[in-house]
Design a protein around this ligand. Structure first.
Ligand code: HEC
Length: 151
């Protein structure tokens, strides 16, 4: 067996290795393109109401207590999937707004031993917009994240 690697052997290893990893890179790029853009973005339309709801979510700092899609504080339940947990169908905008309004108007519950959520005194329009935002987040394909439903 030859003791020293010849120049042409080294060149073949270099080109072969580069080609091998370039093909893996291209393959994974194609895979993530079809996999991620095909399935992970929300099926729901991003409307002006959804955007307004997100701004209200930020304005009232809901994330200081809640998580949304797993991100945020752990004082209060995950809300990215709250519409599913409440049994609201994806297209049922009226039920979503009514359920959210009923919940938020009943806060703080004052029930001994339960964590309390403040009352934000929102308008019907604002409840509707936050509900639209939560309906929208509920339809994002998160690949089962967060793993625990209520966060
Ligand atoms: C000071 C902390 C706090 C803030 C800020 C807060 N929440 Fe909450 N929220 C809670 C707590 C605590 C609960 C659970 C109360 C209970 O179960 O009795 C809750 C429950 C909820 C629920 C019901 C969740 C479920 O699993 O049924 C929704 C929806 C919700 N909040 C929406 C909001 C929105 C929207 C905002 C911002 C406008 C907000 N919250 C801001 C503390 C907070």
């Amino acid at each position: 067996m030859r003791e020293v690697m010849t120049k042409s052997m080294a060149r073949n290893i270099f080109y072969g290795g580069s080609l091998f990893f370039i093909l893996i890179f291209v393959g994974l790029t194609i895979q993530s393109h079809f996999y991620i853009t095909g399935t992970s973005t929300t099926a729901a339309e991003l409307t002006p109401d959804v955007a307004a709801g997100k701004r209200l979510w930020e304005k009232h700092a809901c994330v200081n207590c809640h998580t949304i899609l797993g991100e945020g504080a752990y004082f209060a339940p995950e809300v990215g999937n709250v519409m599913t947990r409440w049994g609201v169908a994806p297209g049922d905008h009226v039920a979503a707004a009514e359920a959210l309004k009923a919940w938020m108007e009943a806060q703080p519950s004052g029930i001994e031993g339960r964590r309390q959520m403040p009352n934000f005194g929102l308008t019907d329009e604002e409840y509707r917009q936050i509900a639209e935002f939560l309906l929208w987040t509920d339809q994002i394909r998160t690949q089962d994240w967060p793993p625990n439903d209520a966060g």
